[in-house]
Design a protein around this ligand. Sequence first.
Ligand code: ATP
Length: 239
Amino acid sequence: MLQIKNLEAGYGKVQVLHGISMEVPKGKVVTLIGSNGAGKTTTMRAISGMIKASSGEITLSGKRIDGLESYTIAKLGLAHSPEGRRVFATMTVTDNLILGAFPRLTGSRPKGDVAGDLDRALELFPRLKERRTQLAGTLSGGEQQMLAMARAVMLNPDIVLLDEPSMGLAPILVEEVFRIIEDLKSRGVTMLLVEQFAAAALKVADYGYVLENGRISVHGPATQLRDDPAVKAAYLGGG
Ligand code: ATP
């Protein structure tokens, strides 16, 4: 589904990613683990075209996407739920969700049933359903985070990049986010997940990569990483 080869990227003269290679197979959940500043968000941004790769190859279903604009990449079926609350504050929850489907309406992929998908998204995120007529800017931070995630799902994507979906959420909402990720997984949605809760991420994921200073240091099946003493000590609270 998604293949990354020797990806290098950064900001201006600052190189953050030093040649990373990874793969997200169809229907699988892959997690990217790493300390603050390791380059996880930068990886997501380079994949979705928010920043340009300076070198390397990114392919989506066999098609090169590095160098394409992010809107074009979205039309090809890759959704990015970015870190932080990137919602349209002065639009309602429902309108934000409908906008999430917009790239597919103008792309060559099947347009599908937007109204039906909107109903399904609201079922999946009951908190958003209760607040569907509310302006997104008036939602709590956690709710905005969920809206960003639901909007990504509205693309009906082949693959979703989820960057810290549980960031800043109360524990009960963190559980809800992981329940939603499980639910998406059971529907066969391919995901690349970055999460501060590495242990929880490795539970839902099939495979994991550890990013250290812009390089992949370890990778393997999620169950194997969960038992890896070095990974445990560094990222799973030693437990
Ligand atoms: P965190 O868990 O803290 O979000 P991360 O692994 O996602 O960390 P990145 O956000 O990818 O890390 O950041 C990697 C490096 O790139 C950091 O040193 C950061 O300061 C730098 N960086 C990130 N965004 C920018 C930017 N817009 N301009 C310049 N440098 C940036």
